[in-house]
Design a protein around this ligand. Structure first.
Ligand SMILES: [Mn+2]
Length: 279
């Protein structure tokens, strides 16, 4: 739910952010020193605030969000406002990738559409902005960040990624069996096997893929000998065992941080996990 003030704020932010996103290609190539990577905020404004405070404490200088800002949680409009204002203030240091919820065929069905049911102009303007979001980011020429996965086409290269034809990158998942397998998510959506992911990384001179899109009880699931990291940064309910995760990338190291949702708020775990980039 969001009030009129938040919606007016969104309306203004949409106007200001559109030209910034339009200028960005489907694949952006940021060179960053210390980067927070988070994903699937899904309308959870409180979790976003918590993650941003954590990132500030860790002194990151840049942010990559892997899409799915809206739906599921109660505060899609406030989440968009916060992230859009960060981007407007510091466009080179904040990357907002597109997720499968930021598409007009999905965003019309869930909580975000419900929030804006009496504001069709703001809803349409949001979808027009979503269409301009980049699809992937190649961090420091090494890590491919994307919401879903690679497309799974033959001899696929980064150049194939376009804003107009992005469905595979927003919807696909990594798989544990080799090859291209159909997905329960729907027709034209695939699970990409470790053989294809390894080949893709080699062919495109990349070392790792970080993606979102799928929730895991552990917050993170590693595929393909730790060359593909599947992250999820929010939690649908309070649970002592389920956790969410964010990553901080610095030079050749990816550090994974986990938090749990408790009755009183959020708690970061002391345990972290380090992954090294390697060819
Ligand atoms: Mn998704």
């Amino acid at each position: 739910m969001s009030d009129k003030k938040e919606k007016d704020r969104l309306s203004k932010n949409l106007e200001r952010i559109k030209p910034l996103l339009k200028k960005e290609d489907a694949v952006v190539f940021p060179d960053f020193k210390k980067t927070l990577i988070a994903t699937d905020i899904h309308g959870d404004y409180r979790a976003l605030e918590h993650i941003l405070r954590f990132a500030e404490k860790k002194e990151v200088d840049s942010y990559i969000f892997l899409g799915d800002y809206i739906d599921k949680g109660p505060d899609s409009v406030s989440v968009l406002n916060t992230l859009f204002e960060m981007k407007i203030k510091n466009p080179k240091k904040i990357i907002l990738l597109r997720g499968n919820h930021e598409t007009s065929n999905l965003s019309g069905w869930f909580e975000f559409a419900e929030d804006l049911v009496n504001d069709p102009e703001i809803f349409d303007a949001s979808n027009a902005v979503f269409e301009q979001m980049p699809i992937a980011a190649v961090l420091n020429n090494k890590i491919l960040c994307v919401h879903g996965c690679i497309a799974g086409t033959k001899n696929e290269t980064l150049k194939e990624i376009s804003k107009k034809n992005s469905k595979s990158y927003l919807w696909n998942d990594p798989g544990t069996e080799d090859g291209l397998l159909p997905s329960q998510r729907g027709s034209g959506i695939y699970r990409i096997g470790p053989d294809m992911i390894k080949k893709y990384l080699k062919q495109n001179d990349l070392q790792m893929i970080i993606r979102g899109h799928t929730s895991h009880t552990e917050g993170v699931k590693c595929f393909c000998d730790d060359k593909l990291i599947s992250l999820y940064s929010t939690l649908p309910y309070i649970s002592p065992t389920v956790r969410a995760a964010v990553a901080i990338a610095k030079e050749d190291e990816i550090k994974l941080y986990y938090y749990r949702k408790t009755k009183t708020g959020f708690e970061w775990e002391n345990e972290t996990q380090k992954l090294k980039l390697r060819k």
